[in-house]
Design a protein around this ligand. Structure first.
Ligand code: SF4
Length: 105
């Protein structure tokens, strides 16, 4: 393999890697979190904050919602938006999970 061929090979491999990474990022970004997903269950995620498990999460209050959580990547008025905890999958604005952190400001 000449140096030139080797450079092309490395560039092609790197480009393929980027495509795969971009593809998986897209797959993660697409879709909505299913409350029955293992991660959602582990975090106690519900699509309605009022339905959070009060016995399991005694510190939960109904005014804690995804749309006022630091990790919600949307506006307060958005019905749903991506969440950092769920790899960019959409969560419901009035939902909640135990990773809730009050939005600063
Ligand atoms: S981390 Fe915040 S925005 Fe994400 S699901 Fe939990 S409460 Fe909702």
């Amino acid at each position: 393999m000449t140096i030139q061929n080797r450079r092309v090979f490395i560039l092609q491999t790197a480009a393929a890697g980027c495509t795969i990474a971009a593809g998986s990022a897209f797959a993660q970004g697409a879709g909505k979190v299913d409350p029955k997903d293992a991660q959602a269950v582990a975090l106690g995620y519900v699509e309605d904050s009022a339905k959070a498990d009060k016995a399991k999460y005694p510190k939960h209050t109904p005014d804690q919602r995804c749309n006022n959580c630091q990790l919600y990547q949307g506006k307060v008025a958005d019905a749903q938006a991506p969440c950092g905890v769920f790899g960019g999958k959409q969560v419901v604005g009035k939902g909640w999970c135990s990773a809730w952190v009050k939005k600063a400001g």
